[in-house]
Design a binder for this molecule. Sequence first.
Ligand SMILES: [Zn+2]
Length: 359
Amino acid sequence: MTNKRYLPPGALIPFLDALPETVVKSVIGQSVNDLPIHLLSIGKGVTKILIWSQMHGNESTTTRALLDFIPWFLNSSQKSLQEAFALSIILQLNPDGAETYTRLNANNVDLNRDAINLSQPESKALNNLYHTIKPDYCLNLHGQRTIFSAGKKGETASLSFLAPSANIERTVTPPRKKAMQLIVALKKTLEKVLPNQIGRYDDSFNPNCVGDKFTQLGSPTILFEAGHVSGDYQREITRKHLLTCLKTFLKTLITNDCNHSIEEYFNIPENAKDFIDLIISGVTVIHNGKNYFEQELAIQYQEKLKGDNVIFIPVMVAFASKIPLKSHKKIKLSKGLIDSPLHFNKRKMIKISNLTSLI
Ligand SMILES: [Zn+2]
């Protein structure tokens, strides 16, 4: 069950049941639809780390990485880490969204835009936990779409990070600086296996985002975005890289090997929306009775839950003689005539200049 994008709360039960007694299991709240929000408390060290995943229900890659990370941490060979750290891990902050494979919770609220209002039970549960634990570090785990490149026209952004701002001026406050230095340490390790595939998220301040708020409250917070490796739509390769990231994070803290400069953080290329899933070239498109020869079609996949599988439905978003984007896959038709390409939706036919705004 756990090697797929769809990871409903029920799929975690065998994992939770099999955890040893050294893991303290508790429930920190109920979701809108009354599902329990589980907390796992592991380790007896003094450095407290709060980790939460799947606050967006359709972002399961980081949760699956935690399913690999937790047994690794619990292994007897990691005794020094167990004695150094106290981990508080929420595998799914948004169990309702995980059930329906939706970003939003059951009240259609984005939990990562609810940090001030705390209007949702899931937001309250995380906020209460934060104030109970007073963590030294926070890891805010997410997944990102296939459209991102690491820098303008860069490679696919397989992992992206952010040290969230704590104010509108985006000042490098001490907690933010620490998060930046840790991100540089992660990047230096991961770039060996993901060259030019690591991006940095836009740092505009948004006090409604949880990471911004916790940074404001004084905890160095890192936003992780599990991204795309071409061809890996189930995100099993990214899952492995995330595991490396989590291990590296703890090892960096324990060795205190992160005296990196802020410039190194800002040198990580900022994410751009320069990718699309598929470009089909050599196509004749008939649109409004007119023929367009030798066109390229830009296809973006829409994720949809079918049974207990996430399927990827190709949707044509534009055609042009040259699509100004990179693609994860290219197909060249030798003699193609498409008058109703794939799930072509005429209302979605747009001028190429608007393409990036659409995706
Ligand atoms: Zn997210």
